[in-house]
Design a protein around this ligand. Structure first.
Ligand code: MOS
Length: 723
């Protein structure tokens, strides 16, 4: 089905199932520990051996020798494969790091061997017996120095008007530096796989992946085998946050170990290797310059930032583009935006929840707070004044829907913003200084083509798509979509996900999964409706209450002949390029800062979201409050600390990389604006999961400033920075 014009009035505007609260279908499986995760797939193939990975202990250089004799002789060992045994493996389009093969080391904990044994303990102890010698090379991890070197060089991504002249002429200006640290996804389930490549031909992998089709393509490129020989399953995933968008070493090592041992092999990356072997969000250095006229209209916006990516044969690593939102978020006639990706021998930087905007808004929304103060304006009013309904660089390209001002105004009202104390440091309860802060949220809302198959049998409908559920609610909203479209009750629908035998979907990422995959299931259901109409010989029947209704006749779906199957995918046409599609929000936060220790505690938070039709308010709310919790971690504690001499992330476990949890925040509220976006999908839905994170940390930083008068521009806002 081609989606090539804005959606008209349709059944979703009169929805009975879509848009209604429904608890997660997979919820009981997850909370009772019975959802089978990749490492627990004891059931799928007999005779599984255990693999254990070995990581490099230098950041850059060459391996000059690997002595595996002791490991091979250790009890229970079935195979040892080292990176020196095979030629460098291929690198798939969206990967940057070479996952295995050859003697070159590009980052600490790059995988350099796998040991396969009868038990986990045997594999782990044998791996420790491998003796590795290196030739090390110098490396440079200084992102600040790189920014200073690169500032003003290269071609800006956005140039509108004359930034320098406007900035020089403005009565009110801001010019500040901001820093965000490297962060790790910290999902609960590790990267883990069971691989069966025992015949060296057909490879089957049970893994934990957000993107089944990308995963299969990446395996084919990396291992140089046809895609048709590869089968991938990932029906349950214990969190991803972007860390499982890509093929990583667990799958590659399990596959190579399986081929070498002639048996299926299971392998999970130990937590330190998750932090140092897989991807992470890059640190950023950001310079923001804002200029405004005396009445508060922005006249110039400048944003220049740097982040790191791994050097390699594949250039153009993404790093963390902190300028992503700046071309689009606020009006101003003069603009210059530039992002530098700097090669550094740190583990590969790549996407983490709301890649780009998450870090960019941590800085930009502090800058907006500072600017409002310079202008002596309310920060909400300052943002309202600088709203734009069109792309500021391309005035003939409007936003399909943009209700940012409503987010700000409804949020201010619901939070009681007008009652706050506006003098920094002026409100104290006992040992706590109380502050209030707010920030805007912006996140792009792309869609990807997405397919599904639907099978109707005796009134029961099975939905099959290679879409994944990473804890987000995909099973549930896809069942709701099918139930709505086919006029069936929820308990008549069974959704099967995460299997490369199913039609290719959008997968889960970039907050495109919910909007794209529901549209794909809708397309497949329309194809099924056509087949049913054909079987009954009726025109344009209505599907309601388990019946097919047409020409004055009614047929129960359960009475239709045989098994009826249909498959289709939604293809998103070019017409969307006439619009900007994005989601918007506003965050309001109350903090307490302890006068003795400088500790910042969040006391209450509110998010207001404009994200098109909300498909399920329960699952959407869970996504947003999860993002808000992540934002608290980003504001106050999360930081991958680099060892400058050895080039790795030192706090590579969940004991020392401190994430926030729900118990850290006594009160969270989410308001969804009642909006739809007809340009986005037939369901008029957009993404919402990543929006919940965007802007949160800045709202906390602004609240901490309001509490204390201490302006921190360097995350995380730890105690030492408040005193
Ligand atoms: Mo998201 S960082 O694209 O999974």
């Amino acid at each position: 089905m081609d989606f090539n014009a804005p959606a008209k009035d349709n059944l979703f505007d009169r929805a009975k199932v879509i848009g209604k609260a429904h608890t997660r279908i997979d919820g009981p499986l997850k909370v009772t520990g019975t959802a089978p995760y990749a490492y627990e797939r004891h059931d799928v193939v007999a005779g599984q051996l255990y693999g254990y990975p070995l990581g490099a202990t230098i950041a850059k250089g060459r391996i000059t020798g690997m002595d595996t004799e002791a490991a091979e002789a250790a009890p229970g060992v079935r195979a040892v494969v080292t990176t020196l045994d095979i030629a460098p493996l291929g690198i798939w389009d969206f990967n940057v790091a070479r996952l295995f093969g050859g003697d070159e080391v590009n980052h600490y904990h790059q995988a350099i061997a796998v040991v396969v044994a009868d038990s986990f303990e045997q594999a782990r102890s044998a791996a420790a017996l491998i003796d590795v010698t290196y030739e090390t090379e110098e490396f440079d991890h200084d992102l600040d120095a790189a920014f200073q070197r690169l500032e003003g060089t290269g071609d800006p991504s956005t140039v509108v008007g004359d930034f320098d002249a406007a900035f020089a002429a403005a009565p009110v200006t801001l010019d500040e530096m901001y820093h965000t640290p490297s962060q790790t996804h910290a999902m609960m389930e590790p990267h883990a796989s069971v691989a069966d490549w025992s015949d060296g031909e057909q490879l089957t992998v049970w893994t934990s992946s957000q993107m089944i089709n990308w995963n299969r393509q990446a395996l084919a490129t990396t291992l140089d085998i046809p895609e048709d020989n590869i089968h991938v399953e990932s029906p349950y995933i214990g969190g991803g946050f972007g860390g499982k968008l890509w093929l990583r070493a667990d799958e590659v090592l399990a596959a190579l170990g399986s081929r070498a041992a002639g048996a299926p092999v299971k392998l999970a990356l130990p937590r330190p290797m998750i932090m140092n072997n897989t991807t992470h969000r890059s640190a950023t250095v950001q310079r923001i310059r804002l200029a405004a006229d005396a009445d508060g209209h922005l006249t110039a916006i400048g944003h220049e930032a740097a982040s790191h990516s791994l050097p390699g044969e594949r250039p153009g690593g993404r790093g963390e583009n902190a300028t992503a939102q700046t071309p689009l978020f606020y009006a101003a006639p003069n603009r210059r935006v530039m992002h530098h990706v700097v090669d550094m021998n740190l583990p590969e930087a790549s996407d983490m929840r709301a890649p780009g905007e998450a870090s960019g808004l941590m800085a930009l929304e502090i800058a907006m707070d500072e600017m409002a103060e310079k202008l002596d304006m309310d920060p909400v009013q300052f943002r309202v004044l600088n709203d734009t309904q069109v792309n500021p660089s391309k005035p003939d390209v409007p936003f399909s829907e943009r209700h940012y001002v409503e987010c700000l105004q409804q949020g201010a009202e619901a939070f009681g913003w007008a009652d706050r104390n506006t003098t920094p440091g002026g409100k104290r309860h006992g040992a706590w200084l109380i502050g209030h802060g707010m920030a805007g949220a912006f996140r792009g809302s792309p869609t990807l083509n997405s397919g599904a198959r639907v099978i109707l049998d005796g009134g029961k409908l099975v939905v099959e798509t290679d879409m994944t559920d990473i804890g987000t609610g995909s099973y549930t909203i896809l069942a709701q979509t099918a139930a709505e479209t086919m006029g069936l009750p929820m308990d008549a629908i069974e959704v099967r996900l995460g299997n490369s035998a199913f039609p290719v979907s959008s997968g889960s990422g970039g907050q495109f999964g919910a909007s794209s995959s529901t549209a794909g299931v809708y397309a497949a259901c329309l194809a099924l409706q056509g087949k049913i109409a054909g079987q009954l010989g009726v025109e344009a029947p209505e599907f309601r209450d388990g019946r097919v209704i047409a020409d004055g006749t009614e047929t129960a779906m359960a009475d239709l002949d045989g098994v009826i199957e249909a498959e289709d995918s939604i293809a998103f046409g070019d017409f969307k390029s006439q619009y900007e599609l994005a989601t918007f929000g506003a965050h309001f936060v109350e903090v307490g800062v302890h006068v003795g220790t400088g500790e910042v505690r969040v006391r209450r938070m509110l998010a207001v979201c404009d994200a098109g039709r909300i498909l399920n308010p329960t699952t959407a709310r869970s996504q947003v409050i999860g993002g808000m919790v992540m934002g608290v971690g980003g504001a106050l504690s999360e930081e991958l600390a680099e060892d400058p001499t050895r080039g790795y992330f030192v706090n590579h476990d969940l004991g020392s990389y401190e994430v926030a949890v729900h118990a850290d925040i006594p009160a969270q509220e989410v308001i969804f604006l009642d909006t739809t976006d007809a340009v986005s999908t037939p369901l008029k839905a957009k993404g919402v999961g990543e929006l919940g994170l965007c802007g949160v940390a800045a709202a906390i930083a602004n609240a901490a400033y309001n509490a204390t008068g201490v302006r921190v521009r360097d995350y995380p806002i730890t105690l030492d920075k408040m005193i």
